[in-house]
Design a protein around this ligand. Structure first.
Ligand code: PAN
Ligand code: ZN
Length: 181
């Protein structure tokens, strides 16, 4: 069965599509206010990823495709977001394209300098190599985006667990602001 994208929702269809999800219980230590995270239901869905991996992980010259759906919500005053990562092969780049909703692509270079790009339906984001990336849902509906990256990129979550990003996307008077740590 061929793989198709529903461009109204961002949903990926086809028997070759794999799916994974992250609940708040999977995101210990990700948010600034850990007590606020623990006060929320641990089985609350934070985001889902649909993956189309046509070649084995690590294949040089191949490409992977992934669709991410982030639920709306806050942990304390911080928007629901992905864990974020550098690529294990540091020079590997990636494209993100927003389908639905509103958000912020938070980017960080290897020196910890952190900035963001606004995500809205149709926005295209080039993530250069050596740049950690994480997405926060700053709207009140599901944020969905498409991603495409090299199949030999790999994911380094460890560096983010240990060092975090240099800034966080927080609600200030109901509006998103990137606030340095
Ligand atoms: C994306 C991300 C996806 C989930 O496909 O993997 O949005 O975010 P985390 O992997 O940080 O949990 C991507 O950037 N792939 O390289
Ligand atoms: Zn990535």
């Amino acid at each position: 069965m061929p793989v198709t994208v529903d461009f109204t929702t961002g949903r990926l269809n086809g028997s070759a599509v794999a799916e994974s999800s992250r609940n708040l219980a999977d995101l210990a230590g990700v948010f600034l206010d850990e007590a606020a995270r623990q006060a929320l239901p641990p089985n609350q869905l934070a985001y889902r990823v649909q993956l189309y991996l046509p070649v084995p992980e690590g294949t040089q010259g191949g490409l992977f495709w992934g669709n991410t759906f982030i639920e709306p919500g806050l942990v304390g005053d911080e928007y629901f977001m992905t864990k974020g990562h550098f690529h294990a092969q540091r020079d590997r780049a990636e494209y993100y394209t927003t389908v639905q909703g509103h958000g912020a692509l938070i980017l960080m270079d290897e020196a910890g300098h952190t900035w963001h790009e606004v995500m809205h339906p149709g926005s295209v984001h080039y993530i250069p190599g050596r740049t950690a990336h994480r997405v926060a849902n700053t709207g009140d509906t599901v944020l969905s985006f498409l991603a495409c990256w090299p199949s030999d990129a790999g994911h380094d979550y460890e560096t983010i667990v240990n060092q975090g990003f240099g800034a966080r996307m927080r609600a200030v008077n109901g509006k998103p602001e990137l606030i340095p740590n």
